[in-house]
Write a protein that binds this ligand. Structure first.
Ligand code: SAM
Ligand code: SF4
Ligand code: SF4
Length: 330
């Protein structure tokens, strides 16, 4: 089995299909930085779906079993359902999921399901319209995202995971409201610690609401049972004691999980990143004229030489020019 320098296999791939987004989340693309002037890739620079499918087939031969479709906002990419349909026909893939801000999901959930998507993760950081708009940097309707989530439920895109990023003095008063709202069968709320990804968000440690703080708050009202963190997964899982719903913690700042990081990431322009906090990607687009064997060899060499463990080294490094989250999709 292909393993990197730290004995980690390659079993999961996040593929970004677009870098553009209709939101301007304060922790990802803050409006005060470039406003509307974020520079996104022109359409002709995006990998085509057939190029992505070809690359994925090679990744599957290297051991990848789980594919996450992300962005930017993946539902902005035209013909996404056709892509998922081709993806779902590749033998060896066990899990196909998509992460979205949910704004365009209501009309697409059923079509995504029919195309072969297994499940969906929706990012939603607030249930208060004003707070929601402040965080996403847009005067958009929260209701539309909630309708998207209901549509995902109707389409049975289970389990439905709700990604929540808390930022001190923004939305950290909403923990219990969010837990209450999504305490349902087939749902998992995932509190992700605010991370120092990229350069534009001006991240500061004081803004991070730690998983420990969140867990303490939740346990004031809801008894939880610890399930734990499985190898290769990022979420430390807790179940509600009454068996209805679950709460997860992704603690990449306070409890890094680099030792079991089995994910590769490919950006919409076709760069391979072996860490979320990388500064450079490996260009795969220029490989597309080569044979599958050559692509296989190239990818396998990159993985074998991988030794990334940024989150474990965070306090002793001052990395600049890290790739932005909207380029590689989380
Ligand atoms: N646009 C889609 C969405 O928001 O779900 C997919 C791409 S987005 C980059 C993927 C995930 O990254 C989202 O759940 C978002 O909350 C998370 N994210 C973005 N910036 C982050 C940061 N600085 N720290 C923690 N999570 C972040
Ligand atoms: Fe867009 Fe997702 Fe980034 Fe928010 S987190 S700005 S929705 S890419
Ligand atoms: Fe993986 Fe890099 Fe995150 Fe560590 S910091 S878990 S190596 S993506």
């Amino acid at each position: 089995m292909l393993k990197d320098h730290l004995e980690r296999p390659l079993s999961s791939l996040r593929i970004s299909v677009i870098d553009a987004c209709n939101f301007r989340c304060t922790y990802c693309m803050p409006v005060d930085k470039y406003g509307e002037n974020y520079k996104f890739l022109p359409k002709n620079k995006l990998l085509t779906f057939s190029e992505i499918i070809r690359l994925i087939k090679v990744f599957v031969k290297l051991g990848v079993k789980k594919i996450k479709i992300t962005g930017g906002e993946p539902l902005l990419r035209a013909n996404i359902c056709d892509f998922i349909s081709s993806l779902s026909k590749i033998p060896g893939i066990e899990d196909i999921s998509l992460t979205t801000n949910g704004y365009l999901l209501a009309d697409k959930a059923q079509l995504l399901k029919e195309a072969g998507l297994h499940r969906v993760t929706i990012s939603l950081d607030s249930l208060q319209p004003h707070n929601f708009q402040k965080i996403i940097g847009r005067k958009y309707s929260l209701e539309k995202v909630l309708q998207g989530i209901s549509a995902a439920e109707q389409a049975q895109l289970f389990p439905i995971k709700i990604n929540v990023v808390l930022i001190k003095n923004y939305n950290d008063k909403e923990i219990l409201d969010i837990v209450k709202y999504f305490k349902k069968q087939h749902y998992a709320i995932r509190f992700i610690e605010y991370m120092d990804v990229g350069n534009v968000n001006g991240w500061q440690m004081q803004q991070v609401v730690t998983s420990k703080e969140i867990l303490q708050k939740i346990e004031e009202e809801y008894p939880l049972v610890a399930h734990g963190l499985e190898y290769g997964e990022v979420a430390d899982r807790y179940f509600h004691k009454d068996g209805i719903g679950e709460v997860n913690f992704i603690s990449s700042v306070t409890k890094p999980f680099c030792s079991s990081c089995v994910r590769a990431r490919v950006s919409a322009e076709g760069k391979l990143y072996t860490c979320l906090f990388a500064t450079e990607g490996h260009d795969l687009k220029c490989l597309l004229n080569e044979s599958d064997d050559e692509v296989h060899k190239y990818l396998s060499n990159i993985w074998k030489n991988r030794s990334d463990r940024y989150s474990e080294e965070r306090s002793s490094t001052t990395k600049k020019n890290k790739v932005e989250m909207y380029h590689i999709g989380g």
